[in-house]
Unconditional design. Structure first.
Length: 96
C-alpha cells in the first residue's frame, strides 16, 4: 500500500522513510509536467487508458507517481519546453 504524501514532508524525507517505493516525482512536478504538456487529468487518463480517479489521486498526492510514468512525463515535458508551438499561427482564422 502506498502512503499519502503530506505536503509538509520533503521528498527526500519520504525517500528515506519509504524503502519499498522511492519517490521519483513530486506531486508539484507531476502537475507542472501536465501544465507544460497542456494535458488535463482527463487527457492523461485517456492517453494511459486508466481510471481518471487514479490520475486525480496522483494529482492530489494521494498516490506515488510510478517511476516509468515519471520518466515518460519528464521526457514529454522536456520536449514541449524545447519545442514550443510555432508563433506564426497565433491569431490565425479560418478563411471560410
Amino acid at each position: 500500500m502506498q502512503k499519502r504524501i503530506d505536503s509538509r514532508v520533503s521528498v527526500s524525507e519520504l525517500r528515506e522513510n519509504d524503502e519499498e517505493r522511492p519517490i521519483i516525482m513530486s506531486l508539484e512536478r507531476f502537475n507542472q509536467c501536465l501544465r507544460v504538456i497542456r494535458w488535463t487529468p482527463i487527457n492523461i487518463a485517456s492517453a494511459l487508458q486508466c481510471e481518471l480517479s487514479w490520475i486525480e489521486a496522483l494529482e492530489a498526492g494521494n498516490e506515488i507517481v510510478p517511476e516509468g510514468l515519471a520518466t515518460w512525463l519528464e521526457t514529454l515535458a522536456q520536449a514541449h519546453e524545447a519545442l514550443p508551438p510555432p508563433a506564426a499561427y497565433r491569431g490565425k482564422r479560418s478563411s471560410f
